[in-house]
Design a protein around this ligand. Structure first.
Ligand code: SF4
Length: 352
C-alpha cells in the first residue's frame, strides 16, 4: 500500500516503496549559519536523512546557499506567506520547499512558485487535498502531502482517507505532539497505526525538545515495526518480585553502552534467570541478572555464568567479539529441553 508515486529530495527517494525516510527540523535561527550547521550535523549523526529549516525572513533565505553547501543531508526550506522567499529558496538550490499554497498569496503566486520549482526539477511538500488539485491543474505532480493534526484519531483518519484517494507520497506527523514522553507516545500511536498498514513514506516526530530526540524516537518507531534498522534494539523485562538485581538500572547501563554501536542486533536484559532461555531466546545476546551471579546468553544459549559485578562488561565483551568475527548468526536449534531444565543445567556451569 506504499504510495505509487515517489519524489526525489536531494537524492533521497520518498515514496514508491522506498524505505520510510526520517526527517527533522532545526530549531536554530536559519540565518545563524554556524548554529544551524552544528544542529544539522548533530541530526545527521543521529540518523536524520532530510532536514527542514524555517525561512521566515529574507536573511534566512540569504543563508540558504551556504547551508545547502555545508549540510551533509538534503535541506528543505519551510516557507509560509511569502512567495518571493520560496523563489529565493529554489534559487538557493535547496532540495525541496515546503509551502502552504493556501497562504502563499493566491493562485498566481502559487503558479509562480510551481513554475520555478518545475524548472529547477524540485519537489514540494504541501498539505491537504484542495492544494493537490491546484497543483495538478498546474501540471505539477512532484510533491508529497502532509495533513496537520495534533489529535491522533483525526490524524489517523485523515491519512487513511488521503492514502485511499491520492497516489502521492505522504509525510506523516502528529503536529505539536508535546514533550518527549507524551509526544513520543502520541507519535508512536498515530504513525504506528498508519505505518503498520503501509501508509506513510517519510516521518517527522515533532517534540518540544532537542530535535535529535525526534530522530531517535522516529527510528524507535520504525525499528519497532521492522521498517528500518539502525543500531541495536534492546528489550528488557518489566521486572517483578523475582528481580534481585534492579533490572531498570541494569537496562539503563546496557542501553547507554549500546548507543556506541551502529550495528543492528538485539540484546535482552532480564532481571532474573527464571525465564532467561525463553525470554532472551530470540535476541542475539542477553543477560539475566542475579544477586551474586548472572548469565550471559548468546544466540539463544547460555554462554557464561559470571559474577554480577562483571555481567555487563562480559556481555559487551561477547558482543565485541561477535562483531569482530563478522556478526554471523548461527542457525538456532529449537530448544529441546524445557526452560527450567536448561536453567538447572546452566546453574551448574562454573562461575568465570
Ligand atoms: S525476567 Fe525475572 S525479574 Fe524479569 S519479569 Fe521475568 S521473572 Fe520477573
Amino acid at each position: 500500500m506504499a504510495s505509487e508515486r515517489s519524489i526525489n529530495v536531494g537524492g533521497i527517494q520518498i515514496g514508491g516503496g522506498a524505505p520510510v525516510v526520517v526527517q527533522s527540523m532545526t530549531l536554530t535561527k536559519t540565518h545563524d549559519v554556524e548554529a544551524t550547521t552544528a544542529q544539522i550535523a548533530a541530526l545527521a549523526s543521529a540518523g536524520c536523512e532530510i532536514v527542514r529549516g524555517a525561512v521566515p525572513k529574507t536573511e534566512d533565505a540569504d543563508a540558504l546557499p551556504k547551508l545547502v553547501r555545508l549540510s551533509p543531508i538534503p535541506v528543505i526550506a519551510d516557507i509560509h506567506f511569502n512567495a518571493s522567499l520560496a523563489l529565493r529558496a529554489i534559487e538557493a538550490g535547496v532540495a525541496a520547499v515546503r509551502i502552504n499554497p493556501g497562504n502563499i498569496g493566491g493562485p498566481d503566486k502559487v503558479a509562480e512558485v510551481v513554475r520555478a520549482a518545475k524548472a529547477a526539477g524540485m519537489p514540494m511538500r504541501i498539505a491537504a487535498l484542495e492544494e493537490v488539485r491546484l497543483l495538478e491543474s498546474l501540471d505539477y505532480y512532484d510533491f508529497k502531502i502532509s495533513v496537520k493534526s495534533s489529535h491522533v484519531p483525526t490524524m489517523i483518519r485523515a491519512y487513511r482517507l488521503l492514502a485511499s484517494k491520492v497516489p502521492y507520497p505522504l509525510h506523516l506527523g502528529v503536529t505539536e505532539a508535546g514533550t518527549p514522553f507524551s509526544g513520543s507516545v502520541k507519535s508512536a500511536v498515530g504513525m504506528g497505526a498508519l505505518l503498520v498498514d503501509g501508509i506513510g513514506d517519510t516521518v517527522r516526530v515533532s517534540l518540544t525538545a532537542d530535535p535529535v530526540e525526534e530522530v531517535k524516537t522516529a527510528f524507535e518507531i520504525l525499528k519497532a515495526l521492522g521498517l528500518r534498522e539502525r543500531g541495536p534494539i534492546m528489550i528488557a523485562c518489566p521486572s517483578c518480585g523475582r528481580d534481585n538485581v534492579g533490572v531498570q538500572n541494569l537496562a539503563e547501563k546496557v542501553e547507554e553502552r549500546l548507543h556506541a554501536y551502529p550495528q543492528h542486533f538485539e540484546v535482552a536484559v532480564l532481571g532474573c534467570a527464571v525465564n532467561g532461555p525463553g525470554e532472551a531466546g530470540d535476541a542475539d545476546f542477553g543477560i539475566a541478572g542475579g544477586r551474586d551471579v548472572g548469565f550471559v546468553y548468546a544466540h539463544g544459549r547460555v554462554l557464561k555464568k559470571v559474577s554480577s559485578d562483571i555481567l555487563v562488561d562480559e556481555l559487551f565483551h561477547a558482543i565485541d567479539e561477535w562483531i569482530a568475527d563478522g556478526m554471523h548468526r548461527p542457525k538456532r536449534l529449537k530448544m529441546a529441553k524445557p526452560a527450567a531444565l536448561a536453567m538447572a543445567e546452566a546453574s551448574l556451569i562454573p562461575i568465570e
